[in-house]
Design a protein around this ligand. Structure first.
Ligand SMILES: [Zn+2]
Length: 579
């Protein structure tokens, strides 16, 4: 009986009604998950009751198959018995009930959360297959997708499970740039070791997909990615999850197959150099069938992080970010698919829009264009606010406003309030994308000369905001301050004078006081200094100023007033604000 049936299948194939198996799968196989979905509602209508079992109608793929694979969700932790059998077809292509082989239990190969995968090799090639559930299990099985297929990678599932069982790691291809933007590696979702061998070393285009299924398994995106990989390999259709990178519905970013192995995601002969990014979920419009119900709305967090990852990949591989090079799956020639769904497809332009890691736009500042008079050795507080228009968060102690003419050289305007002589200020707290951060800093001239200081932004150890590819502006002169030091140097308020203070060569010197060669030592106790007050001192206008005190144990409250009264060198960092 079995042999006669097989003969029928082969006759059909020879007659040219069935294309060759070689074309049936592999690169041209577009969907990881089976398109057939016998969910609970479908089963209630179309499945039969026979002797305590619920039996499906036959599945009859164009090319027949040797393996039955199913992915299904179960409402509780009970074991579910799923069985299958092959059927043959007659010359007209109809499945013949009385050619069915025996029912055989399918082997469960994966379980995570509510998701189970079960597989069985039928031992021969059949034109059709059926599956059945025990009647008592039917009530707890919700989604049930299954298919009869010819596995292109028949051993991928078995081998990957064996390798995972002995603790063989799943190697990551994710470099520091992708780690920096939060991409989680294969280990983070519990990937099995790959069974792919074809490598890719020239990504020059990109294809956007969706998984056309639920967003999570066991409540996590990681679980859903793991179940997608498990189905791809256990069905034998793929050597690994076909997509290079994945985007979670919550905006989480994940390594899929990775960036070393050739893509297996896009049909029409379009896998060469075509980096596949897949959104985990189903983004068909609500009136289209989606596994697990209606399509998922496209969320802002998902889109923003996807754009950040895509724009990072664009920079890493020099992929043009335009509609020629970055397309939806359906836009690549030779692909008859609605992927990535009618909700996501119209928004691909947002993913192509440029997004640097670090960029900002000024929103406000405390000073104008005119030079600012600041007493030599004194200080004047300024601030500037910028909106974070980049993809990454500005962090205190990492993101700085810094002097830039030149970069990384001590500014003549720095004082002890700066993070360092080359870093003026950082943000007070984390500033996420779209938020506004304020940088507050002193300018403190040490000479009478006019000093024009430009400032830009830098994320320490990563990039200057002005520098491509990771910076997106502003330029190194987003903030320019012109400061005129007024008066003679009164010495630093921090240390009561010292070697940095200019010495007036005409000032009388007390040869008996080695600590005070200029006769203007710091501990003057309020006594008038010979030669009178420094020029400009009496002109100070404490009203209407933005004032702060030099670093001092008494820098708060009445302490600074005491200092002002008793130590002329410890003047408040204050001057008229002009302009
Ligand atoms: Zn696709």
């Amino acid at each position: 009986m079995m042999n006669r049936g097989l003969g029928i299948v082969l006759t059909v194939a020879v007659a040219g009604l069935v294309p060759s198996m070689a074309l049936a799968h592999g690169d041209e196989h577009l969907h990881v998950l089976p398109e057939r979905n016998d969910d609970a509602a479908t089963r209630a209508v179309s499945w039969q009751d026979v002797d305590g079992w619920r039996i499906s109608p036959p599945e009859q793929p164009l090319h027949g198959g040797t393996r039955v694979s199913a992915i299904f969700s179960v409402g509780d932790s009970r074991a579910v018995t799923l069985e299958t059998r092959g059927l043959l077809a007659d010359g007209s292509g109809s499945c013949i009930e009385d050619t069915a082989g025996p029912w055989m239990p399918m082997e469960e190969t994966f379980a995570r959360g509510e998701v189970r995968i079960a597989v069985l090799d039928l031992g021969d090639r059949f034109a059709c297959a059926q599956i059945r559930l025990r009647g008592s299990d039917d009530a707890i099985v919700e989604e049930l997708q299954w298919e009869l297929l010819v596995p292109r990678y028949p051993d991928a599932g078995t081998r990957s499970r064996e390798m995972a069982a002995v603790g063989q790691p799943s190697l990551t291809s994710i470099g520091p740039e992708l780690v920096r933007i939060g991409v989680k590696t294969r280990d983070d979702w519990g990937a099995r070791p790959t069974q792919c061998t074809a490598v890719e070393d020239n990504w020059y285009r990109m294809a956007i997909h969706h998984t056309a299924g639920p967003t999570t398994a066991g409540g996590t995106v990681a679980g859903r990615i793991a179940s997608t990989q498990a189905y791809a390999m256990d069905s034998g259709g793929w050597c690994d999850i076909p997509y290079q990178m994945m985007v979670g519905y919550d905006g989480s970013l994940w390594e899929g197959r990775g960036l070393i192995l050739r893509s297996g995601a896009t049909g029409g002969g379009n896998n060469d150099g075509n980096l596949a990014v897949s959104f985990v979920g189903c983004f068909h419009s609500p009136d289209s069938a989606c596994v697990g119900g209606q399509g998922h709305p496209v969320g802002d967090a998902m889109m923003f992080h996807a754009q950040l990852m895509i724009q990072t990949l664009v920079r890493l591989y020099d992929i043009p970010s335009n509609s020629e090079s970055i397309r939806g799956h359906q836009d690549w020639p030779g692909n008859s698919t609605a992927c990535p769904g009618s909700l996501l497809h119209p928004r691909l332009g947002e993913l192509r829009a440029d997004l640097a890691w670090f960029s900002g736009e000024e929103t406000a500042r405390s000073w104008g264009d005119d030079p600012i008079d600041v007493p030599v050795g004194g200080a004047h507080e300024l601030w500037i606010e910028l909106e974070n228009t980049g993809g990454l968060t500005w962090e205190p102690g990492a993101t700085f406003l810094a002097p830039t003419n030149p970069r990384d050289v001590d500014s003549p305007l720095h004082n002890a309030s700066w993070h360092s002589p080359i870093r003026a200020a950082t943000v007070q707290s984390a500033v996420g994308p779209g938020e506004v951060g304020r940088f507050v800093f002193d300018v403190s001239p040490s000479t009478n000369e006019q000093i024009v200081q430009a400032f830009g932004l830098v994320d320490e150890g990563v990039t200057w905001f002005a520098d491509a590819p990771w910076g997106g502006g502003p330029s190194d002169d987003v903030a320019v301050v012109s400061v005129v030091g007024s008066g003679e140097s009164p010495g630093s308020g921090d240390d009561g004078g010292g070697g940095e203070d200019p010495v007036d060569p005409d000032a009388p010197v007390d040869p008996n006081d080695p600590n005070d060669p200029s006769g203007s030592g710091g501990d003057s106790g309020g006594a008038p200094v010979e030669g009178g007050l420094p020029p400009g001192y009496g002109e100070e206008d404490l009203g209407g100023c933005s004032c702060s005190m030099p670093a001092s144990p008494l820098s708060f409250g009445a302490g600074w007033l005491l200092l002002l009264l008793t130590r002329r060198r410890a003047r408040p960092r204050c001057s008229r604000v002009r302009g």
